[in-house]
Ligand binder design. Structure first.
Ligand code: GAP
Length: 451
């Protein structure tokens, strides 16, 4: 496991993640995903959607608006209580999270010292994390709206629509992937804590009394996704159950899935038993009956909700930390690489941004480059491919290893003159296999799963 600075510089160097507004010196707490990062992120989201929605008959999807009626945030409690304790230094006026400082400095609030100038702090106060904007041409209190701090509330307020239009009944779920915004006091640790991020959330509605069973079910299901589908090592994951005192105001129980990041064990996902808190609140504030009527039993009830809520950006970071491997001296014995540190990104091949690299063995030989381009055209309508003819073959292999490309194909004279076959090289074993061009598509379909 490498340190975070290495991952940050790797991400920038290879085009996974850039700081936002880079040419203007960046913008605190915001990041942009480059060409490789966007592929990795999309593959993660696709995998989550397959696992959560497509593979289950009782889960449906949603894509809601980011800005919603501000009453929603009153009902959910966000306008009042969605805040973090803020400590402001009396001397340099830098601001920090009080709870983070207490943990780092291992002392009580009164004795905290500013990490910047060692000054003392003003009394801590609560700082609301919701990002505000104005809707319409007049900027006054009546036009204030918020960028959603989570996708969950949009699911609760669409619950009635979905119940009325889809053939669903508890236990059933509504899933959504989308952006969330929080005006974090101290964003940091790269894409771990940002002010704009993406969540993958499921709200799973169950009959009261079945909530504890389904809470346990979803904790296990979510762990299974990380280990069996994404391929994260079990020993790098753990579940931290929150004590009753630490629970959020809406939760009956909560288990955080934590990953062993270079910064220490930290949360990538929270799984909460929200009881009927949200539906009760929205029923009260909207005046709309949100109870489910079970025609079979004649019962009417507000379902309880189990919520697995996962941060896409934190999964990206966990996967990069998990996969990034440096091999001293390289894996080959050519003089070119003997003293170098070679990087291999051992990503689960189904998540790799580029799936196949097509490398003509010699350049400037039209007969070979033409064939290589033909193969690129053949494969690129099935898999994300890269064509590269620049540099020595060793260098091109290493470039692909570094960005996690699981397969490289080389095209040589034998391909065009003899056997109509290519050499396929495996990123991890470096084993090479000769495969007929006519069989290539099937060959690769067998190598990749639809996650
Ligand atoms: N609806 C429940 C909810 O939003 P949360 O624990 O505040 O719960 C869920 O957030 C997940 O969203 C976290 O586990 C984390 O992965 C991600 N997340 C939250 N705040 C984040 C931030 N500032 N930057 C990046 N990811 C964040």
């Amino acid at each position: 496991m490498e340190n975070l600075e290495k991952i940050v510089s790797f991400c920038k160097r290879k085009g996974f993640v850039f700081q936002s507004s880079d040419i203007y010196g960046g913008f605190g707490g915001f990041y942009d995903y480059g060409p490789l990062g966007v592929e990795l992120k999309n593959n993660i989201k696709k995998s989550w959607w397959n696992y959560t929605v497509y593979k289950r008959a009782n889960v449906v999807g949603l894509d809601s608006s980011i800005i919603m009626n501000p009453k929603i945030w009153e009902a959910s409690g966000h306008t009042k209580t969605f805040s973090d304790p803020l400590a402001e230094c009396k001397e340099c006026h830098k601001r920090f999270r009080t709870d983070h400082l207490i943990k780092e400095q291992n002392c009580d609030e009164a004795n905290l010292k500013c990490p910047n100038c060692k000054g003392l702090f003003m009394p801590s106060r609560q700082f609301n994390l919701m990002l505000r904007t104005y809707i319409g041409p007049v900027e006054d209190d009546a036009s204030v709206a918020y960028l959603r701090p989570e996708t969950a509330q949009a699911i609760f307020v669409n619950y009635r629509n979905i119940l009325d239009t889809q053939r669903v009944k508890p236990p059933f779920g509504i899933a959504q992937i989308g952006k969330g915004f929080r005006n974090e006091i101290t964003p940091g640790n790269f894409i771990f804590r940002t002010r704009e991020f993406e969540q993958m959330e499921l709200e799973f509605f169950v009959k009261p009394g079945e909530d504890e069973k389904f809470f346990e079910y979803w904790v296990n299901e979510r762990m299974r996704w990380y280990v069996e589908v994404l391929g994260i090592k079990k020993e790098n994951l753990r579940i931290a159950y929150q004590s009753k005192e630490d629970l959020a105001h809406y939760a009956k129980a909560c288990g955080d899935i934590e990953y062993k990041f270079p910064i220490g064990w930290s949360e990538i996902e929270g799984i909460a038993n929200r009881g009927d808190f949200d539906l009760t609140q929205h029923e009260k504030y909207s005046g709309v009956d949100l109870k489910y009527f079970d025609a079979e039993s004649g019962e009417s009830y507000l379902p309880y909700v189990i919520e697995p809520s996962c941060g896409v950006d934190r999964v990206v970071l966990a996967l990069l930390c998990e996969a990034y491997t440096e091999i001293e001296g390289g894996r080959t014995t050519t003089t070119e690489s003997a003293k170098e540190i070679e990087t291999v990104l051992r990503l689960n091949k189904n998540l790799s941004p580029v799936k196949i690299a097509i490398l003509p063995l010699v350049k400037n030989k039209e007969i070979i480059t033409e064939k290589a381009k033909e193969i690129y055209n053949l494969l690129s309508s099935h898999f994300y491919c890269e064509y590269d003819e620049a540099g020595t073959i060793g260098r091109r292999y290493r470039r692909q290893d570094e960005i996690g490309t699981p397969y490289c194909i080389t095209i040589d004279f034998d391909t065009v003159e003899k056997d109509n076959s290519v050499t396929v090289r495996d990123r991890d074993t470096m084993a090479q296999e000769r495969i007929e061009i006519d069989n290539l598509i099937m060959y690769f379909y067998k190598q990749f799963n639809n996650l």
